[in-house]
Design a protein around this ligand. Structure first.
Ligand SMILES: C[S@@+](CC[C@H](N)C(=O)[O-])C[C@H]1O[C@@H](n2cnc3c(N)ncnc32)[C@H](O)[C@@H]1O
Length: 269
């Protein structure tokens, strides 16, 4: 990211760095409030400096709605929303406007994959285009099931399985009703929907095998990381008084807002 800092200071825009995500050949930029010509100039400099970037899009507004998507506006380069991203040795094709995808979670995905074992059954309740599920299937060979509400994300998830030569059972459905279409329980359940996963935790518990693990992602407010973790601790004590967990910080998502994950072990219900 030293490169981005260089462009930012060159153009007198010090807060540009935190506002760039590069997904495959597309740079998604949260521009500061400057006129169109200046945005185009910044975009050209980004493409000159980052040779892999062929498209620059502006993110207008936050990641939002049920599908966690964002409105993107073309700024420079090739006018497309579809790209192929490589991380942790897998390839992911994604439409960055119609599906959720964040390259910032690649280390966390690798951490989860490293906890899985070959003989495990894994359920991903919010699979997106498949970054967790495909990595686990590819690296570990576990038996993975994905649920995803967004039909477009499911289409890319299926394409990505083919690209990576893995097999994942994909349900284009609502995790809330997963009891009605899943016929088994799982040893590990991943819940990467940090803004709303609390609404699905009881459902996850009902799908978990005795002694299984749930990876529960949450956005938590707090003046400090410690305070945010205390809030999550309290939430878990209320919902799962008999479980054990370890809470980690995944990343900062805004001022006084943290993405946390609780690795929950449920031996007693
Ligand atoms: C924060 S994204 C995470 C996607 C993916 N795991 C990743 O890391 O890229 C949450 C995903 O949950 C999906 N989703 C939202 N509500 C859902 C529901 N009720 N059932 C299944 N999937 C849902 C959204 O469409 C979105 O793709």
């Amino acid at each position: 990211m030293r490169l981005v800092r260089k462009i930012a200071s060159e153009l007198g825009l010090d807060d540009l760095e935190s506002g760039i995500d590069v997904v495959g050949t597309i740079a998604i930029v949260k521009f500061p409030p400057v006129e169109r010509e200046k945005k185009a100039k910044i975009a050209e400099r980004i493409m000159e400096e980052m040779k892999n970037v062929k498209t620059v899009l502006e993110q207008e507004g936050p990641v939002d709605g049920e599908f966690r998507t964002r409105k993107l506006v073309y700024v420079a380069g090739i006018d497309t929303r579809v790209t192929t991203h490589k991380e942790n040795g897998i390839i992911l094709m994604v439409d960055v406007e119609r599906c959720y995808f964040s390259p910032r979670l690649s280390t966390e995905r690798l951490r989860i994959a490293s906890l899985c074992s070959e003989n495990e059954t894994v359920l991903n309740m919010f699979a997106g285009v498949g970054p967790f599920s495909i990595l686990i299937a590819k690296k570990v060979g576990a038996s993975v099931t994905s649920i995803e509400l967004n039909k477009v994300a499911c289409i890319y998830h299926a394409k990505n399985c083919k690209l990576n030569k893995v097999s994942v059972d994909i349900f284009n459905s609502d995790s809330r009703f997963s009891d009605s279409f899943l016929r088994q329980r799982y040893q590990r359940i991943i819940m990467p929907f940090p803004s709303k996963s609390n609404l699905f935790l009881c459902q996850a518990v009902s799908l978990l095998m005795e002694g299984g693990t749930i990876h529960y992602y949450r956005h938590m407010r707090g003046k400090s990381e410690r305070e945010a973790k205390q809030h999550l601790e309290k939430e878990l004590q209320e919902i799962l008084p008999r479980a054990e967990w370890k809470i980690r910080r995944v990343r900062d998502v805004g001022p006084a807002m943290y993405e946390l994950v609780a690795d929950i072990i449920l031996s007693d219900r």
